[in-house]
Design a protein around this ligand. Sequence first.
Ligand code: WTA
Length: 637
Amino acid sequence: MKNIYDFQLRSNDEFKAAQLESIQNPNSFWGEIAETFQWHSPWNSVLNYDWSIPKTEWFVGGKLNITENCLDRHLLIHPDKLALIWEPNNQRDKTINYTYKQLFDAVCQFANGLKNHGIKKGDRVCIYMPMIPELTIAVLACARIGAIHSVVFAGFSSTALAARINDAKCNLLITSDGSYRGDKVVPLKEIVDVALEQCDSIQKCIVFQRTFMDVNWDDKRDIWWHDFVEGLSSHCPATIMDAEDPLFILYTSGSTGKPKGMVHTCGGYMVYTAYTFLNVFQYQPEDIYWCTADIGWITGHSYMIYGPLSVGATSVHFEGVPSYPNWSRFWEICEKYKVTQFYTAPTAIRALAKQPTKIIEGYDLSSLKVLGTVGEPINEEAWNWYNTYIGKNNLPIVDTWWQTETGGILISSLAGVSQQKPTYATQPMPGVQVALLDPDGKVILDKEAEGILTINHPWPSIARTIFGNHQRYKEVYFSAYPGRYFPGDGALRDSDGNYRITGRVDDVVIVSGHNLGTAPIENAINEHSSVVESAVVGFPHEIKGNALMAFVILYNDVIYSPELVGEIRDEVNRQIGPIAKPDKILIVSGLPKTRSGKIMRRILRKLAAGEIDSLGDISTLLNPEIVEEIIESLSKK
Ligand code: WTA
């Protein structure tokens, strides 16, 4: 029987051949890769899809449990190999390692706890935790028994947490007393307590003791993690899942309204994340891979948990931030664990590049073999810095383009194997068929072109729906260009067929690598009793990539004060979280609108970016005079 490593592409020719084969014979291509996994029963057909509904099913009828592939099968070969190396926030605290066997035991034990409390296949479990091994354990324990995990990034506010719990109707919540982030201690349980006042579906709240801070306690609802697992067996048979049963829900911002709970399923997601992990990063069994993301985002799900574990990899998980106790922390960790693959975000690279290069010289980074980036387009300066100072002009850099919705990397070079080009994500992965469209939706046939990025054919890890709202799923991703998946990004293509992602073409702004829909932020601002209306746009920012500017109209009788601006910021913080707080807030008497009353965001974007000379024709606006007024206020700032 073949092993997944037999599908690791080792040369550009092999890569090209795989690309071609995956397009000509997608079913046999993915079927052969899927056969390297452990299934309880085989599938009847590899792919069944109809994007007019839209419906996508992979490995139809196949039965499996993803945790058997991530844990059990490795126990037979290398039970004592490290699965996780956990580096705490404070480097003076002890590193905690988990071998595959130890991780298996901890997952089974926690899964038994979930079962004891009545959690069963299909139930939703919300996880709101810091970056500690127990987060990974909780995720895998859910998967073990077929419960659907919904991890909420622990930087979100109580309102945002409550909205996500209520949308998924979660029965149980897993959290910790507090969390350490740099020199801050965040009272997670306190945030949870406020959120749960608004959540009827949660019956139990499991609390891991991380900071030992004082917490309020509800005896009927709250259980300490250590009591929850006390005396439980570390044997828990895996619940057999259909390939198309949901594995998890993960929320992402949309350009309108409430966050979208993207639903990923078991079979296709497993196959695709494993395959792309092995190929993009060219992971070898002895490597030490480190992705600096948070498990609260898709990168953490796919390339810190499921992808690496399903191929038996060793990963570093880091609890802290790159600046604590100082900006050498990342390099210290690379040296300490002899990291071979280092995967981070452009926003982190830009912040690190601001620091004196002397910092880096103090560390031995010779173990590094591959550098990666994800989350937003990487600018040339940041790419060059990464290449020069970390890669020493000698390491492949994989610029991986993908989304929460795509489950896995869709466009990227394969480290050292396929062609790389600075600031270009480069080529679609095998199995990914890309088309660039013009604004009328016509496919652009010229090689060199710029257009709207779309995908023509399913890949195994595409999200199957938005939880509880299939209609919205259809509208957002499959209606703009019928028969194609529309990710919401624009792209450039060069004469060799390499893609450079140019950014969002909708009202999602990526701030420090976090996707933020402008609509929910506007809604939060509008909640303030002094605010009539607001519009939020992104503008370029040196470190964060983009920052947010809010244009706010106040009621006539409200007198402007700096406190008021502070309150508006607090409102955003309360409703969404600190990541969404606008950098700039400008009080205006009106917003530029079309005659049909639509806010002209294009103009606001230009104004926020200071590009007042390229506003274009504003004479068709309902209120062109407002543009002059805004320019004047901006010049006074
Ligand atoms: C952007 C993160 C350019 C893009 C995995 C996408 C990128 C959104 C890249 C998804 C990249 C992600 N180059 N842009 N390498 N990677 N993006 O859902 O706009 O948090 O649509 O998933 O990030 O963000 P999400």
